[in-house]
Design a binder for this molecule. Structure first.
Ligand code: UD1
Ligand code: MG
Length: 469
């Protein structure tokens, strides 16, 4: 734990330009709320206290995080939620947190809608000497809207002037405030107490503490982010999409850096963790969600979606397949157009073909379900062949029942297996069967009526009405 480091994430703002009922910082980037990106970056610094200021939209934020968002791969340190009932400015937001802050160290301020900030940049910012103020700034070709960094003749920071309050000369400054800063907490408390709101926006500006610090002889030391994208904020849908692309681009670069062959790095979306072995190839337009593990030599065809899935070495997933919460064994063939629903566990060398849906089913080595089938709540043994159009009828409208198909069984096409039912080892089911009782091992079981041909039968003729003559 970093002794006495407070981290405050400001997230009380309205997010008007999102035009959304969902609070802005709950909008997902790479499948994860904006705010959780910031929380995860903060947690990597191991602060003594982590606070989030919320306000607009009531307790939607703490509620959303109480449900699912507080668990994070970077530890699950308690978040202290601080309400700012009225949004009177960034300085006012920070004032609300004062009773919770440990006076003895630094307070790092982050924004909930600036999601790509990195641990490395924050660590660099925190390397200030005792008593100094650290400010993360960036040069922008078009600085309109941002607070400008004002420096004296010696290049020392003297103040931040908000765009709306800036003079013509100040507006020409291209170095801007990212909003991210580190301040000595004891002094911060005093400075915040003296803030006034007699400015263009009638707000209590956190940025005004910079001039107060300088007046007291403090040094403001600035540092810049490693990449400009780290300090980009989200205001509307277009910026959210832009940041998503930047983030995905980085993930794609990372994958390729580890040897993963992407058909097009601009056409992959990873919303979670994608872990790949050697010689993995991924075609265009694939989406990976949650945790996905792809073993050596796995190939994923175009337009596949994989969510919380592991795929063992050598398996090929053909285009347009959707796999969720499933395990796929080695050297398998999945798809095209296959759907693996939660609880599917496939052993090695299993083939699942087009328009086949599996759910909560285990399939042993070498079995094939190649065409147009539904297999749910089923245990399939080794080297089983399930013919086209086979349906396990697992549901009576109220309860679910299991089907068991033992090793080496052969299920003819267009068969319904009405569960609970067991097909014995080596059994053959004739095509078109409706199996309602267990089928014995090694026998042919049929349920269809005998085929007959009717001699002399004639096709009906169209009847001709008298008045049509
Ligand atoms: C702020 C900075 C500006 C900087 C810019 C960078 C101030 C006064 N200005 O301006 O120098 O260049 O960010 O993007 O700090 N918030 C609250 N409570 C409030 C107001 C805001 O929690 O009462 C939160 C918002 O949710 C947001 C952050 O603070 O996460 C920044 O607020 P915003 O209104 O976007 O400030 P800017 O005007 O952009
Ligand atoms: Mg802003």
């Amino acid at each position: 734990m970093q002794a006495e480091l407070n981290i405050v994430i400001l997230a009380a703002g309205k997010g008007t330009r999102m035009y959304s009922d969902l609070p802005k910082v709950l909008h997902p980037l790479a499948g994860k709320p904006l705010l959780l990106h910031v929380i995860d970056a903060a947690r990597k610094l191991d602060p003594a206290r982590l606070l989030v200021v919320y306000g607009h939209g009531g307790d939607a934020l703490p509620k959303a995080f109480a449900q699912n968002g507080s668990v994070s791969p970077h530890g699950n340190q308690q978040i202290i939620w601080v309400e700012q009932a009225q949004q009177l400015g960034t300085g006012h937001a920070l004032q609300q947190t004062l009773p919770e802050l440990d006076e003895n160290g630094l307070t790092l301020v982050l924004f909930g809608d600036v999601p790509l900030i990195s641990e490395e940049t924050l660590r660099a910012l925190l390397k200030i000497k005792p008593g100094e103020v650290g400010l993360l700034t960036v040069e922008l070709p078009d600085p309109a809207g941002y607070g400008r960094i004002v420096r004296d003749a010696q290049g020392r920071v003297t103040a931040i002037v908000e765009h709306k309050d800036a003079s013509e000369a100040e507006r020409a400054i291209s170095e801007v405030n990212t909003g991210i800063m580190a301040l000595p907490t004891r002094e911060l408390k005093q400075w915040l107490a003296t803030l006034r709101n007699d400015n263009a926006q009638g707000e209590y500006y956190l940025t005004d503490v910079i001039a107060l610090a300088v007046k007291e002889g403090k040094t403001v030391s600035t540092c810049q982010p490693r990449r400009r994208s780290e300090v980009l904020g989200v205001n509307g849908a277009a910026q959210l999409a832009q940041l998503e692309r930047l983030y995905q681009h980085e993930i794609a670069a990372g994958l390729m850096g580890r040897g993963v062959r992407l058909a097009d790095p601009a056409r992959i979306d990873v919303r979670g963790a994608l872990i790949c072995g050697r010689d993995v190839a991924i075609d265009v337009n694939c989406i990976f969600e949650g945790r996905v593990d792809l073993g050596d030599n796995v190939t994923v065809g175009a337009n596949c979606v994989l969510r919380d899935v592991s795929v063992a070495a050598g398996t090929r997933i053909a285009p347009f397949s959707l796999l969720e919460q499933s395990q796929v064994g080695a050297d398998g063939r999945i798809g095209p157009f296959a759907r693996l629903r939660p609880g599917t566990v496939l052993a090695a060398e299993v083939h699942i073909g087009n328009f086949v849906e599996l759910k909560n089913s285990q399939v042993e080595r070498g079995s094939k379900i190649n065409h147009l089938s539904y297999v749910g709540d089923t245990t399939v043994g080794k080297n089983v062949n399930i013919g086209a159009g086979t349906i396990t009828c697992n549901y009576d409208g109220v309860n679910k029942f299991r089907t068991v198909i033992e090793d080496d069984a052969f299920i003819g096409s267009d068969t319904q297996l009405v569960a609970p039912v067991t097909i014995g080892k080596g059994a053959t089911i004739g095509a078109g069967a409706t199996i309602t009782r267990d089928a014995p091992a090694d026998q042919l079981t049929l349920s269809r009526a005998k085929q007959v041909s009717v001699p002399g039968w004639k096709r009906p003729q169209k009847k001709v009405m008298r008045n049509e003559q």
